[in-house]
Design a protein around this ligand. Structure first.
Ligand SMILES: Cc1cc2nc3c(=O)[nH]c(=O)nc-3n(C[C@H](O)[C@H](O)[C@H](O)COP(=O)(O)OP(=O)(O)OC[C@H]3O[C@@H](n4cnc5c(N)ncnc54)[C@H](O)[C@@H]3O)c2cc1C
Ligand code: FES
Length: 279
């Protein structure tokens, strides 16, 4: 763990259901907690720090410093044992917490158009990126910021209240219950011909099928795309190699990178999709 990462106890301020099986947790952290960069994540667990349950990685959804403490928002979907335990925790209870971890998104110069592409809870790091003030602002070179937000159904769309007014929002649902009828990559495929690869950047986060579809789509439209991968993790610290993904190296060979330490944000063009270890 570097000096910028801390292992500490966080106290739950709020933990409420925002959609079926989706929760927004707000925690109180000591001021010493390093300010996270968009795309970074934290590892949390809800037992004693030496308990049997492995910590679970969650992206930072929001972060603010107050006078004597910091506040972090986490948006999570109940996927299994760990997240189910989190969903039953009450305000005042404590979590074992470490982070911020990994390498986040970067913002290239000369960008005129920003596309954010989120599937499900992949919305969390992208909303943090949008609100952190790192993206070039409108009137300072940026022509448009478009947020493609996808979910299986309208009731599973999360983060809408944080997006209104801050970008051009394009909603997609797999069942057509709201917005475009189909996957978020379907609408992006429809629009992509109108974007100039020379001045556009894409930020993406979502489930593996979405990431694969983005990879296929951008083979023909070479717009730079930074993607945050949500691999399964064990240690979260780069020690166990349990989160390795196959990537192309500069020499055209395939190598492996740890999502927790070398990512979770990667250049989409570097990811090898054919490997069983790929996303
Ligand atoms: C860097 C990073 C950031 C993440 N950010 C978020 C976030 O902001 N919000 C959120 O809801 N989730 C996020 N995830 C995914 C989250 O960590 C997993 O859903 C969680 O660890 C599952 O733990 P569990 O004990 O509830 O489920 P488990 O009992 O461990 O698994 C239940 C089911 O989920 C599958 N699963 C477990 N981990 C993952 C995973 N990483 N990706 C896909 N399927 C998985 C298992 O194969 C199994 O089918 C992130 C993952 C990473 C690596
Ligand atoms: S989770 Fe252990 S190396 Fe990444």
């Amino acid at each position: 763990m570097s000096e910028k990462e801390s292992l500490l106890t966080a106290q739950i301020i709020d933990n409420r259901r925002v959609a079926p099986a989706h929760f927004l947790m707000t925690v109180r952290l000591p001021l010493s907690f390093a300010t996270p960069f968009p795309g970074q994540f934290v590892m949390i667990r809800n037992d004693e720090c030496d308990g049997p349950l492995l910590a679970r990685p969650l992206s930072v959804y929001g972060f603010q410093r107050q006078q004597d403490h910091a506040v972090m928002d986490l948006l999570y979907r109940v996927a299994g044992r760990g997240t189910s335990l989190f969903s039953r925790m009450m305000p005042g209870e404590e979590l074992c917490f470490f982070g911020p971890l990994g390498k986040g998104f970067s913002v290239p110069t000369g960008v005129k158009r920003v596309l954010l592409v989120a599937g499900g809870v992949g919305v969390a790091p992208l909303i943090f990126l949008l609100h952190k003030g790192l993206l070039p602002a409108h009137g300072k070179g940026i022509i448009e910021t478009i947020f493609y937000l996808g979910a299986r159904t309208a009731e599973l769309l999360t983060g809408l209240e944080r997006l209104c007014g801050s970008c051009d929002l394009k909603i997609c649902t797999d069942d057509g219950s709201r917005g475009y009828h189909g996957p978020v990559t379907g609408l992006l495929k429809h629009d992509i011909g109108g974007f100039d690869a020379g001045d556009t950047v894409i930020y993406a986060c979502g489930p593996k099928p979405m990431v694969r579809a983005m990879g296929n789509l951008l083979q023909d439209a070479p717009i730079p795309c930074q993607v945050s991968l949500e691999e399964r993790m064990a240690c979260g610290l780069g020690a166990c190699l349990g989160c390795a993904v196959a990537v192309r190296t500069g020499e055209g060979k395939t190598d492996y990178r740890r999502v927790c330490k070398d990512g979770p944000v990667f250049d989409l063009r570097d990811i090898v999709f054919t490997s069983p270890a790929g996303p």
